[in-house]
Design a protein around this ligand. Structure first.
Ligand code: ATP
Ligand code: MG
Length: 365
């Protein structure tokens, strides 16, 4: 299914540096030069999960295969993008294809690195970007309302419903609030998502601080934290430049480097996990002597659909899922132990998979 986070922000704030670090490649050009990224760069990133290593150790799995998430390095957005300024519309289209937004905010002071507005103010920057997304939405809402006028008049049920939702988004935006603040009833969620409005995408603020503030953050990131909390959004503090350096070290060196900085974990791991939470994703595992593997599903996914992530046949021919909860697997030291303790359950089609479940699917084709 592939979940995608778009890395969004003003030009020259450190998006490509972060993307490079994330994908551990130097594929995306990072340079002190606004608009150095023109094509979006897409990279797959392993989702760090210490549980997977523990499972593999117990089962003696030869291979460990983490689940993955996609990041897209999107070119810098400027004021007026919604009117086609900068590389306007193209960026907006790139954002539209993403499931969520990692909004990079410049929180570092460095006179050698140009800020498009000539000052460091992450809260104002966040507003600038959000405003562009909202203006782009407003334009697309107006256009769509026009397109369905006739159908609405003719009493077309779907069009009437769409008009209602579009108007809800419009009202919020005109009141200066992003469309994600609108409360939508469960039964309308699907249609609402299909509107693909940019300001409905869940957002995570990434405070890009100077190297010396990587551990504790700085006064600018503190302002962002306050703003994020007031909005009900989350934030992470990261020094993209440090992360890029760390990503080039081997594992042992990484640990040393992190502890010197007073960090227990690479900022990227925190970022990836925050993204995972933002998207309401969870993990189940398949574990055997050959491999221990993590799979991503949305919270609330039923067993057959979860099986379908591995292969469509698993879903179509689903019979049942032999299920061991993660804690049971650890406590009883693996499948046999869990089985003997009566902790292996046979779950059917209506079972909703839980985070950390160790599953074995039975199916016929
Ligand atoms: N935490 C940081 N501290 C200091 N300098 C940084 C930090 N993060 C990034 N930089 C520097 O900022 C400059 C711009 O970075 P980068 O190219 O990643 O920006 P960008 O947001 O991708 O820009 P564009 O929108 O033009 O693609 C680079 O010189 C990079 O080394
Ligand atoms: Mg870039």
């Amino acid at each position: 299914m592939g979940f995608k986070m778009g890395i969004v922000g003003l030009p020259n704030v450190g998006k490509s540096t972060l993307f490079n670090a994330l994908t551990k490649t130097a594929a995306a050009q990072a340079a002190n030069f606004p608009f150095c990224t023109i094509e979006p760069n897409v990279g797959d990133v392993a989702v760090p999960d210490p549980r997977l290593d523990k499972l593999a150790e117990i089962a003696g799995s030869k291979q460990i295969i983490p689940t993955r998430m996609t990041f897209v390095d999107i070119a810098g957005l400027v004021k007026g993008a919604s009117k086609g300024e900068g590389l306007g519309n193209q960026f907006l289209a790139n954002i539209r294809e993403c499931d969520a937004i990692a909004h990079v905010l410049r929180c570092f002071e460095d006179d050698d690195i140009t800020h498009v507005d000539g000052r460091v103010d992450p809260v104002a920057d966040a507003e600038t970007i959000e405003m562009e997304l909202m203006l782009a939405d407003l334009e697309s809402i107006e256009r769509r309302l026009q397109n369905i006028v006739r159908k609405v008049r003719g009493g077309d049920k779907e069009a009437v419903e769409q008009e209602r939702l579009l108007n809800l988004a419009k009202e919020a935006i005109e009141a200066g609030k992003p469309a994600r603040t609108v409360e939508i009833a469960d039964e309308d969620q699907k249609q609402w998502k299909m509107l693909q409005l940019l300001s409905t995408k869940p957002v995570l603020y990434v405070c890009n601080v100077e190297e010396t503030s990587a551990g504790s953050g700085n006064s600018q990131s503190a302002r962002v934290a306050e703003m994020a909390a007031a909005q009900g959004n989350s934030h992470v503090v990261i020094s993209a430049r440090i992360e890029e350096e760390i990503s080039q070290l081997d594992e042992e060196e990484q640990e040393m480097f992190l502890s010197e900085l007073g960090l227990t974990e690479a900022g990227l791991d925190r970022l990836i996990r925050a993204g995972y939470e933002l998207l309401h994703l969870q993990t189940y595992f398949t574990v055997g002597p050959k491999e221990a593997r993590a799979w991503t599903i949305k919270e609330g996914t039923g067993a057959p659909a979860a099986a379908g992530v591995i292969h469509g046949d698993f879903e179509r021919g689903f019979i049942r899922a032999e299920t061991i909860g993660y804690d049971d697997y650890i406590t009883y030291k693996g499948e046999n132990g869990a089985k003997e303790a009566g902790k292996m359950r046979a779950e059917g089609k209506t079972y909703i998979v839980k985070d950390g479940d160790v599953l074995h699917f039975l199916f016929n084709t």
